[in-house]
Design a protein around this ligand. Structure first.
Ligand code: NAP
Length: 267
């Protein structure tokens, strides 16, 4: 059986060199084929941002595609392989049994004032902010009003996204085996008049969050690398998606080792 491989890379000089080496190594294997359409395995060359782009390119085929990241900068959270390990990587692909590990995704539904709905999947997170002045939003968890939020905005992240924007706004780092999403505040107003929980919350996979916005005011909604700026969004509903992202599990990387490597180790 031939394994159909797609390659997505960024434009860094180092990534282009890695791309050329990878193409050469794959060409030597009879059971590995580089394809432009309908890959079964997508190899990204670059950083976590490159893998995020690849995810959005193939997010309509998540059950048929596995991902694998080669990093050409620092060790990433979605990129396990280093450039000098390419021969070992290609050998491990040849004759492999299609094993994978999967992680949760965020399901996002935007509703406009006229009732139109748009559906998205996020691998890292979705954020809601306002262009200027304080954002006011009612946050529902399931059908119950949880709090009226006032502040700069809200970030809702997946476990694998917990080390990205979520961490910068004081959210917890969550092990990716936990099937849950995290709601974190971005500079909430808390005083004698306005009150929010004030700490990040982990919401279970059987629950959902509905953020209801004041319509007629411009909001910036991000979904990973995508920016949506609109005045007519009245509700953004979040839950853990039915779909998951599958990574080719040719090697096991200890998650907390990766966290230490990214944020603590000084050498
Ligand atoms: P970017 O502004 O070019 O890069 C943002 C940084 O976030 C890069 O260093 C990227 O790593 C890193 N990153 C992405 N996903 C990560 C993850 N799951 N865990 C830890 N670090 C991660 O933006 P981009 O490349 O288009 O990626 C968009 C993502 O950047 C967003 O989803 C958001 O999470 C993150 N971001 C974070 C902040 C912040 O922390 N203040 C601000 C803007 C965006 P690589 O260098 O390996 O690509």
């Amino acid at each position: 059986m031939t394994l159909r491989i797609g390659i997505i890379h960024n434009q860094e000089e180092k990534s282009i060199l890695v791309l050329q080496r990878l193409r050469g190594l794959l060409a030597d294997k009879d059971d590995l084929e580089i394809v432009e359409r309908d890959p079964e395995l997508v190899i990204t060359i670059g950083g976590d941002g490159t893998l995020l782009s690849a995810f959005h390119r193939y997010n309509h085929r998540l059950n048929e595609v596995r991902f694998l990241g080669v990093h050409t900068g620092h060790l990433g959270f979605y990129t396990d392989w280093r450039d000098y390990e390419l021969p070992e990587l290609v050998d491990s692909l040849s004759g492999e049994q299609g094993k994978s590990v999967s992680y949760p995704l965020l399901d996002v539904v935007l509703t406009t004032r006229s009732g139109d709905q748009r559906h998205f999947l996020a691998l890292n997170e979705s954020t809601i902010r306002k262009g200027s002045r304080t954002m006011v939003a009612d946050v529902y968890i399931k059908e119950e009003l949880f709090e009226r939020f006032r502040g700069d905005g809200l970030a809702i992240s997946t476990p694998t996204g917990s080390t990205a924007y979520n961490k910068s706004v004081g959210g917890a780092v969550v092990h990716p085996s936990i099937n849950a999403m995290q709601l974190a505040e971005i500079a909430s107003l808390n005083n004698r008049v306005f009150r929010t929980l004030g700490s990040p919350s982990i919401i279970g996979s059987h629950e959902w969050i509905d953020v209801r916005l004041k319509s007629n005011e411009e909001h910036l909604i991000t979904i990973d690398q995508l920016d949506i700026i609109r005045k007519d969004i009245v509700s953004i509903k979040y839950r853990i998606a039915d779909e998951r992202i599958h990574f080719a599990s040719y090697r096991h990387m200890h998650f907390w080792h990766r966290v230490k490597d990214a944020f603590i180790r000084e050498d």
